[in-house]
Design a protein around this ligand. Sequence first.
Ligand code: NAP
Length: 676
Amino acid sequence: MTLHQISSFAKGQWVAPGDGARPIRSAITGAEIARAGNDRLDFAGMLAFARETGGPALRAMTFHDRARMLKALALYLNEHKQAMYDLAYDTGATKADSFIDIDGGIGTVFVFASKGRREMPDDRVHVDGAIEQLSRNGTFLGMHVCTPLQGAAIHINAFNFPVWGMLEKLAPTLLAGVPAIVKPATASCQVAQACVRLIDQSGILPRGAVQMIAGGTGDLLDHVGSQDVISFTGSAQTALRLRSRENILREAVRFVAEQDSLNASILGPDVEPGTAEFDLFVKEAHREMTVKAGQKCTAIRRIVAPENRVGAVIEALSARLEETVIGDPRDTTTRMGALVSVSQKNDVLDKVRLFRREAELVSGNPDAFQVRGADARAGAFLPPMLFHCAEPDRAERIHDTEAFGPVSTVMGYRDLDHALAIANRGQGSLVASVITASGEVARAAVLGAGAFHGRLYFNNAASMRESTGHGSPLPHMTHGGPGRAGGGEEMGGVRGVMHYMQRTAVQGSPDILSAVGNTWVPGAAGLSPPAHPFTRRFGALRIGETIVTDAREVTLDDIEHFARFTGDTFYAHMDEAAAAANPFFPGRVAHGYLLLSFAAGLFVEPNPGPVLANTGLDGLRFLKPVVPGDSIRVRLTVRRKTPRTDEYGEVRWHVALTNQDDEAVAEYELLTMVAI
Ligand code: NAP
């Protein structure tokens, strides 16, 4: 059998293992299958290459350029993913486990690519939030902008999801415009390396955007500084060792940590055995114990049920666990493969011995279990093991020790407060789930336990067919948790991109802020367009182009006509005395929607032209009532442009309606699609 040489990808070159290389063994046979690591890598040079070559190339691109790059990369990986699947079996993963890892990772890149195009600008500066009015007359304003850090992101990843764990960090990092040095866990780095080789072969990323270290990190961390970010996933112990390094503390290096977690799942007090929800609870617990042989940071470690239903839960769950086929992951009938290594298996067995002091093993015997198609003693196999802890309030280890394998403990609760207190004993987790159909239980869980958990997952008969699973972190939602879970937050859509950017408060005049954010800010000078802006194509329109329309008087006849025509005969428009008795109105007033319609009538250019559609209004405010006899005019300004397809882009217009005294009566943003 050939021994795979797992190379590092440093400064644009593949570097074979050398001094200090470590063996990687098959999780199935225990045989050495690969070697990885090279102490002579130029770690400082890798950082410099990222900062000086990868960073500038990425920062020269816009968010949309980088989002398109991510989409192309996801398509490429999807087309060539079999290379990763083939290698993953020897990490103990079944095809279903690798689907979560490989297809899940590629799917995450697709989501970031799409969010980057939809939610970020086609620009190099991201404006975060609204303009802040800092002065009475609006000549001095504030806003927040985000720009990419000018260092490197160092991703230190856990062994359990070599592809997803890498891609879920790479996608937001690259979208932000920051180069990455990835250090996968050695035990499964052959799979991560296959992914990085594909990334390299694709030629899609600029040079220096991604590098990879197979094996140890040498003196890399001695060279990190304030513009670098460390994004760590692994055990709490390693995180503590790394984040407390002197240079990391001194330079206030960002350190995002995703650590281990004693996640809980609570059977709601409203759920009876024999119902769809009870079955759902058992099914989720079984899945979380057996997928990836329980080596999931989000796996359910503590199963919390009403005291009088503990017996029913143990019975139903044990029946399922005992039917789980354990064996060679290449065999399609195998439900649970092996742990990643014999040392990982031994670590789990050590924890199991600790648990035995405070809980009873009620299902699964590590000394006697069937393994199909493989040698149980040579490989890293274990059966799923279910404990019952009769006194969860007195127990310690089941609440603070993570057995990173197919191990979980059932415990009973007296009432909901007790259940939440048990869940919170984990001292901070990535996810807690509650199976309940009761909105009251869900709200009480959020108030009582939200502060201790990064994600709360509620499921019941209404959502179970479409729900994504207790253990699935989604790119749209934040992933991370307080306390022992590391205190980090990854993903969460564009929120995850922000970890790799600096948010800067910018203060200045409206003109300065418009120029900085490439978005027109109210109060900034307007540009006069050479023709009506609705006759100008997307590419020709300039930010700040403004037209001011003629005035139009609003009469009582208009108001009555509009009321009859639409059926909106609300008293404020129809009844003088009733309207005058209302604290907001001097008497009868025009409908707000009438004003919007008149505004459109004032500013549109009626002939066919580049404006294709009106797709919405944002931030509509009616600021002052319009009474019969008032006249209104409109100021229409190009606020922001965002390309959408090759054929059209979104133009966001600022629309301001004023009365005859130049007082603001209404304001909003109008969204249109305009031909390129
Ligand atoms: P680990 O032993 O802490 O290792 C994590 C990573 O840190 C590996 O890449 C490891 O590299 C590296 N590392 C260890 N010592 C280092 C050092 N001195 N300098 C630089 N890098 C160092 O954790 P693991 O056993 O791989 O992963 C299992 C743990 O990860 C579990 O506790 C699990 O809960 C947690 N986890 C958490 C999440 C999450 O999102 N919260 C996700 C997955 C896993 P080597 O492999 O080369 O030693």
